[in-house]
Design a binder for this molecule. Sequence first.
Ligand code: TXA
Ligand code: MG
Length: 334
Amino acid sequence: MQPVLADEHSLALACEHLAAGRLVGVPTETVYGLAANAFDPLAVRRIYTAKGRPDNNPLIVHVAGSDQLPDVVDWPLDAETGRLLDAIIDLWPGPLTVVLPRARRIPDEVTAGLSTVAVRIPKHPVMQSLLTRCGFPVAAPSANRSKYVSPTTAQHVVDGLGDQVAMVLDGGRCSVGLESTIVSLRPSPRILRPGTVTAEMLAKRWGVPAASLLPSGAKSPAVDEPAVLEAPGMMLQHYSPTTRLAFADDATSSTKGQVGRIAFAPLPDSRLTEYAVVRVLSQSGDLMEVASGLFAALRELDQLQLDWILVDRCSSDGIGRAIMDRLTRAVANH
Ligand code: TXA
Ligand code: MG
């Protein structure tokens, strides 16, 4: 299977597939998604099978604009939820997902039976065109096999799920490169998954301290306990390449052999000979660029039959929080 460049014809075909209950790989600005008609429970069930995803892990529903919110959430929102949403609505379309009370029309298959639904208005022009054209909301998790690294190119989707989809729409390389920030609003606003929409950006809009949106140190291990799981996909074991992965500054004498290195900024020439391959994600250490290229670099190096991949660390604030969140999970698997 080959990805298909998005144009009028391929967008129309993608809508036909979705309307008929088939799965389509779709570009968004964060990562590629594995899309199904969110109103079609059988189509949504195919997503779980295709990914090998546990059926207790709910999906994100994508709509073209806020005028479609009443189709997917329990409308009208209560006054406080409405106020909290209004304060951040300017971040849509974009890499932000908001957990809201669910409309009855959304099938249990989408929400894994929860009373809430995670909603996103994506910015990618291809996804925008697709959603506008289809008219129905689209449920889409990241288009990777469960537990593998999320895809940031159409080819990544073909590599992992090519035999599971009717087509893959090619919208180029994802500009953001990390999955959306997920927030829940009630009982009080909280970040369930950090992303490039940062705690600081959200805190400013809500007029609260950024720290109040983040799990406290004592609370965070509980996220791994299924019983109290709020974003059930946020289990520690996630997102990891097959090759053993470690932070470069944790490397020991056992991290040897053929070693690949993912650096956030150029390494001194003297260090280059230590590695079989080096990928530098930014010439200036810019964390937006690092986020954008990170998953592609992990996938690329994972193809090279290395003994280890060593990756840089960054400070866990701003966008760095999302980068370190994904890397900490990936490293924890090894
Ligand atoms: O950037 C993204 O969000 C991408 C693109 C395709 O939109 N999608 C994505 O989906 O990352 P996925 O399925 O890989 O991650 C969705 C996360 C999971 O951790 C899931 O548990 C959480 O969203 N989630 C979905 N519905 C939820 C709900 N009602 N309450 C809390 N968390 C929810
Ligand atoms: Mg995912």
